[in-house]
Structure formats: C-alpha cells, structure tokens
Design a protein around this ligand. Structure first.
Ligand SMILES: Cc1ncc(COP(=O)(O)O)c(C=O)c1O
Length: 375
C-alpha cells in the first residue's frame, strides 16, 4: 500500500511507540497525581518528561505552559470559547479548518462574537491593520493548510498581532513535526500528536503563553488531583486545563514521536517531504487536465491538492485505491473556507496527496504512472 493521506493521520507511526506502549501496559498502566505509591510516581515522571520535551520542542518558556488535551480541536475550542467575551471581534486567516470555523460560527450565532476573514493577499503580507476594530481581541491562523500545503509566516504575524494588542493563536496541526515553531511568539499554540509528530490519535495539547492563561476560562471542569478542597478549578497551569484523567498512553506515544523527530531533525523531514512534493508536481504537470491549486508559491509543507478539468475526483481517488493500492483523500478536507477562496468549493473540493518522511521517490513515481493511466 502507498499511503499518501498523512495530513489526515500519519502512517506509519514513529518507531519506538510500540515498545513504549508495551512497557506501559505491562508495568505501569496506572494514574498520575492521584496515587500514593512509587509506580504512580514513576509514571508521573514519565509524563513530566514528555511535557519537558514538548517545552523544548516548541521553545516554550516553562514546562507548566504545556497543557495536554485530546488534540487541536479540543485546544482551539478551549481558546475560542474560553478567551472571547461578549462583543469581541476575531480575525482569522482564509485557511482555517472547521476546528476554528465551527466554534467561531456557533459563538457568532449565539450573538457573542463577530469575526472577519482576512484576504489571502493580506494574510501572506502581514497586512492586518485595516481589519482591526476597537473590539478586535484576537488573531487565529492555521500555520499550514491541510488542503494546499500553503504556509503562513507566523513569526511576522505574531509581531503584528502584538503591535495591535491582539492575542495570537496558531493551529499547528499540519506544521508541527515538519517546521520549527517558536511558541514564544505565540499566545496560544494548538498542537496534535497524530499527524506530523507521527504519534497516536486523541492526544495533543496547547502551549499557553505565561499570563495568557488568566484570560482563558477552562472548557472542562473536574478533578485534577490538586487543590482538592475547592469546588473551583485551580487557576494555575497546567491543571487549569487538564480536568479528569488524561490520555496517558497517548502522552507516552507523543513523547516517542517527539524523540524520533528530534533524532531525524525537522530540517531533514521538511526537505524530504518538499522533495517528494516537488517531484509529484513535476510529474503531474506532464499529465493533461490536472491542475495544482494553492494560494501562494513560496512556502509549503508536504501537502498538495489537484483538480481535474473534466473527471470526477472521487472516481480518481477510488480507482487509485482499488486498482493501484494508493491512499488519498478527496473533498473539502474540513476546510470549506479555503475552498471558497480557491474557487474549488462548488465542485466539491480537491484530490489531496499528503506525504510523510517515510514515503519514497519510487512511490511518487508509481503514483504518477497511476494518474497517467487514469487521466
Ligand atoms: C488544519 C487542521 N486543524 C485542525 C485539525 C484537527 O486536529 P485534531 O485531529 O488534533 O483535532 C486538523 C486535522 O484534521 C487540521 O488539518
């Protein structure tokens, strides 16, 4: 099987995860912050070590700024629902996933917030000033598009957001594990384990800038194993946003993913994926009627989307699977907003190929041959 659906979830997962989970199941499948025995403390230390490696990975200022959640969707809901107040105005990029658009739209419908989508030319040049109103309180951007691979310059936008006093939130679902991200320029960085970090589904988190946590209400309330005499949530990080038992095996797997990426290095991963992307695009350019869609031409992650002048993309995707054993995804990819900008919304979206560090040039060649046959 050739797996080109890594934007959805990565395959294969990082080497090391299986062994770490085997050890977890056999030796310490306990709870943390809730047991007064050494085996629980050992596990607590392992979870703390993962928190530390994420701190280093994203250059966070303190280990406690790293909060574990079930992934980017849960993290972004925490920020969107917990930070914004009645009357706030929010700015977003045109590349937002429904993990941003749906909570925003729900709050808009409830009459709590309004939002504005920044034009594609302005988001890539950092020109946000003209969108800012007296009640604008935040800027939320998807670092890398899960449809086209387009990358937004979050360092430049972070500076602009700071200049205008906006809280800056970043969705790193498609960039973490491929591009270096410096959390010190970001107020709320949402990350997930199961894509670029090569780990498991249902775990991820947020890096919350010091002081910003005081402006965010938790989404979920409950036991934390700390300040148990109070009916109120602790006001400190990470406990404020970690009610209930966390996904401990997921966190252990996440740590293995980070270790593996650190060993290979982000540069090598990114270079490899971009080489595959470039080779794929060159191959596709030699086939009639396919077109690559994107918002800009400079900066990408290893994701690419195609449209075809007259063929049905779902049929192509099905044939790739059934006749050539190549896994792709077709449709809107949970990002209708971007398709409205690309002009691909009415036609039902794009055919997406998303590469991993484990994919090879010969797999790309095989896919190009398959597309030639199908086209
Ligand atoms: C850009 C983007 N944001 C958010 C998500 C959701 O992430 P998670 O699966 O961690 O909730 C995805 C994944 O589908 C994505 O591609």
């Amino acid at each position: 099987m050739i797996y080109f659906d890594n934007s959805s979830t990565s395959f294969p997962k990082a080497p090391g995860i299986q062994k770490a989970l085997d050890e977890y199941i056999n030796n310490y499948p306990f709870n943390i912050s809730r047991g007064n025995y050494r085996a629980s403390y050992t596990l607590e230390e392992k979870v703390y070590n993962v928190r530390e490696s994420i701190k280093a990975f994203f250059n966070a200022s303190e280990t406690s700024n790293v909060v574990f959640t079930s992934g980017v969707t849960a993290s972004l809901n925490t920020f969107i629902r917990g930070f914004h107040k009645q009357g706030d105005h929010v700015l977003v990029s045109p590349m937002e996933h429904n993990a941003v658009m749906r909570p925003l739209e729900a709050m808009r419908k409830d009459g709590i917030i309004t939002y504005t989508v920044i034009d594609k030319d302005d988001i890539f040049t950092g020109n946000i000033k003209k969108y800012i109103k007296p009640n604008t309180t935040s800027l939320i951007v998807n670092h890398a598009s899960n449809v086209t691979g387009d990358v937004i310059d979050i360092n430049a936008l972070g500076v602009e957001a700071k200049r205008y006093g906006l809280a800056f939130a970043v969705d790193s679902a498609q960039s973490a594990g491929e591009i270096n991200i410096d959390a010190r320029n970001i107020d709320f960085l949402a990350f997930t384990a199961h894509k670029g970090i090569l780990s498991l589904q249902g775990v991820g988190g947020a890096v919350i800038s010091k002081g910003v946590e005081t402006r965010i209400k938790p989404l979920v309330f409950g036991g934390t194993g700390s300040r148990s005499s109070s009916f109120e949530m602790p006001d400190f990080l990470p406990d404020k946003f970690e009610a209930g038992t966390g996904n401990i095996p997921g966190i252990i797997a996440l740590g293995e993913g980070i270790n593996y990426i650190n060993t290979v290095t982000l540069d090598r991963i990114h270079d490899h994926k971009i080489a595959l992307r470039d080779e794929f695009i060159k191959g596709v350019s030699e086939i009639d009627n396919f077109e690559v869609v994107s918002l800009q031409n400079n900066d990408f992650v290893g994701v690419v989307s195609l449209i075809h002048k007259n063929k049905d993309l779902a049929e192509i995707s099905n044939s790739l699977d059934r006749d050539f054993n190549i896994c792709t995804r077709v449709g809107l990819h949970c990002a209708p907003l971007l398709h409205m900008t690309l002009g691909t919304f009415e036609k039902g979206g794009t055919l997406r190929f998303s590469f991993s560090y484990f994919n090879t040039s010969s797999e790309v060649k095989e896919c190009i041959l398959a597309l030639k046959t199908l086209a």
